[in-house]
Design a protein around this ligand. Structure first.
Ligand code: COA
Length: 337
């Protein structure tokens, strides 16, 4: 199977990026002070040393903060944005969509948009959706945001989950280009609802509308069967990433970086091994931010780009696994110098 862009009118390339992380840091020492855990356990089992906490505000503030940062780096104005896609599992409220709230905060007066709920794979799903809207020729400028205020659904008395998650937002601007060698080249995206019992937040939706009982049963917090998710995540991310390389005819030496969802360093290592990539070719910032769900992949892209580590023409394999289950991999050719 070849490059899907050959059959498209245009390619969608990333022409600007931005990020927003709150100032407040919760390091492992702090986690030791609130639950029965220790720095050594957290670092060896997950690779996480710190995570950020948004003390005031909501997911739309993380997303809008990232978008505003992005707009300081491009000539494109908010009013030129055609579509806003916000990948998140922590929307400000059930409705209106967080995309609407972001639209108002950034002044994207000519945009439409929507939220994408695919948990830790949300950014990949949103990126491919945005690319598809551009590739057909209908839109020119799509703002793709990955943002999650995970602290709003984290039980800080549960050591199994609270050490894992953090708050962040990150943004990419997708723009139309005639150069099909650049931008989103191909994606493999998957969902499997049989994974719903292993990772979820059951309260607050139409199945379990909020009641005193749902609150007492802590159903408004993340539930995760860590070991069960770990096993399928390792296989899912490794399989799909290797499949993407094969589909695109990429050898390990052709790949500049694996850009993995940052859930657990051990899952990332296993994926890189399966792809035949050495450690230097794997983007990592889980130590600083933990798992920020939809924000992890764009946050890596922004930081590595701003550190001068990615250059125009680099082949990147983006890869994620999350609740649903949802998972996937995308081949992206970097456009920015
Ligand atoms: N500090 C100290 N001990 C802890 C702890 C913590 N924060 N959290 C759990 N433990 C304990 C457990 O209670 C258990 O103790 P027990 O053996 O006495 O019961 C022991 O450590 C081992 O727990 P386990 O769950 O087997 O650890 P693990 O090696 O599987 O690591 C995760 C836990 C969550 C880090 C890991 O399972 C994981 O990363 N899972 C996948 C996450 C993921 O990818 N999610 C999808 C995207 S969001």
């Amino acid at each position: 199977m070849g490059n899907q862009n050959n059959s498209k009118m245009y390619s969608a390339e990333i022409t600007a990026v931005g990020m927003y992380v709150p100032e407040k840091i919760m390091d492992n020492k702090y986690m030791e002070s609130i639950v029965d855990t220790n720095d050594e356990w957290i670092v060896t089992r997950t690779g996480i040393r710190e995570r950020r906490l948004l003390e005031n505000g909501a997911t739309s503030d993380l997303a809008a903060g990232a978008a505003k940062d992005l707009f300081t780096t491009t000539d494109v104005k908010p009013e030129e944005i055609d579509v806003i896609i916000v990948a998140t599992v922590t929307p400000d409220m059930m409705f209106p969509a967080t995309a609407c709230l972001v639209q108002e905060k950034i002044g994207a007066t000519n945009a439409w948009g929507f939220d994408m709920s695919a948990a830790c794979s949300g950014f990949l799903f949103a990126l491919q959706t945005g690319a598809s809207l551009i590739q057909g020729g209908q839109y020119k400028n799509v703002l793709v945001l990955g943002a999650d205020k995970m602290s709003s659904i984290t039980d800080y008395t549960d050591r199994n989950t609270c050490i894992l998650f953090g708050d962040a937002g990150a943004a990419v601007l997708l723009q139309r280009t005639d150069n099909k060698e650049l931008g989103i080249q191909n994606s493999i995206l998957r969902i499997d609802g049989s994974g719903k019992e292993s990772l979820n937040m059951k309260g607050g939706g139409s199945l379990n509308p909020p009641t005193h009982e749902t609150i007492d049963n802590k159903m408004h917090y993340i539930y995760q069967d860590g070991q069960a998710v770990f096993k399928v995540a390792v296989k899912g991310m490794a399989d799909v990433s290797a499949e993407m390389m094969e589909m695109q005819g990429l050898k390990p030496e052709d790949v500049a970086y694996l850009v993995p969802h940052q859930a657990n360093l051990r899952i990332i290592d296993a994926t890189a091994r399966r792809m035949g990539l050495e450690k230097e070719k794997v983007m990592i910032n889980i130590d600083k931010y933990g798992n920020t769900t939809a924000a992890t992949i764009p946050l890596c892209l922004v930081e590595y780009y701003r550190d001068g580590k990615i250059k125009k023409g680099d082949n990147l394999i983006l890869s994620a696994f999350g609740a649903g289950f949802t998972w996937g991999a995308t081949h992206l050719v970097w456009s920015l110098d």
